[in-house]
Design a protein around this ligand. Structure first.
Ligand code: BG6
Ligand code: MG
Length: 218
């Protein structure tokens, strides 16, 4: 069997933390008089913390000082971490563990490719840090998705070319980043939102071993 690099986004792919990002941002947005819907939230998926705040302020046409922005960023992350601290292994999304187990058992390489600066503690919290041969997160990159930097770094750390790399993503920005990087993109979520991915699944639970074998032997 060939060996490929399998690169996983974190939020919304491995764990259902997208809802916590949403709740933490919504509190601040609503206080600023901004109606922050789930549709708006799609714009924030895969996007860095700082950029997320800029997008929210843009929705409300709000100008703010650097001090205000700093305090909202801190508040958002404090609230988010409170949600994260209560997380347990049952918040790993359905179907993820069998895929990680199959990849490990079949000598495939696994990396994280996430925009989050909280990635490591989350993986530790839900007990799956040991699956990862490499971790690239928001602390390691300068260019946010849709720039492919995070995925290219991950592939490089695993010693694989983009053509031998497969990315699992739930965000528009992430699918675009994988495609720009010359990798195979597998989107997880609504195909109407995640257009442009090479493959789409509603959830990880729909991914079969047969499909994984196809990816490995491509
Ligand atoms: C991404 C999320 O994975 O990480 C975004 O999809 C989030 O919604 C980004 O803004 C940054 O996360 P964090 O944990 O560093 O605030
Ligand atoms: Mg995501």
């Amino acid at each position: 069997m060939k060996q490929k690099a399998f690169i996983f986004d974190l939020d919304g792919v491995i764990v259902d933390t997208a809802k916590y990002h949403y709740l933490a941002w919504k509190k601040i947005a609503n206080r600023l008089g901004i109606d922050f819907t789930h549709e708006h939230n799609e714009l924030l998926k895969g996007v860095s913390r700082v950029r997320s705040l800029e997008i929210i302020l843009g929705l409300g046409n709000i100008q703010a000082t650097n001090e205000e922005k700093e305090s909202w960023l801190t508040e958002k992350n404090t609230d988010y971490l409170n949600y994260i601290n209560a997380m347990q292994a049952d918040e790993i999304l359905d179907g993820v563990l069998p895929v990680l187990d199959w990849l490990k058992a079949n000598d495939q390489l696994i990396s994280l490719g996430s925009a989050s600066k909280n990635a490591r503690p989350i993986l530790e919290k839900v007990g799956i840090l040991h699956y990862f041969d490499a971790i690239v997160d928001g602390n390691d990159v300068t260019n946010a998705k849709p720039d492919p930097e995070v995925f290219l770094r991950a592939a490089q750390l695993l010693g694989k070319s983009p053509a031998d790399s497969i990315v699992f993503e739930d965000s528009m920005a992430g699918v675009e980043a994988a495609n720009i990087g010359g990798m195979t993109s597998v989107s997880i979520g609504d195909p109407a939102i995640l257009q442009g991915a090479h493959y789409n699944f509603g959830s990880f639970a729909e991914i079969t071993i047969q499909f994984l074998e196809t990816l490995v032997n491509k």
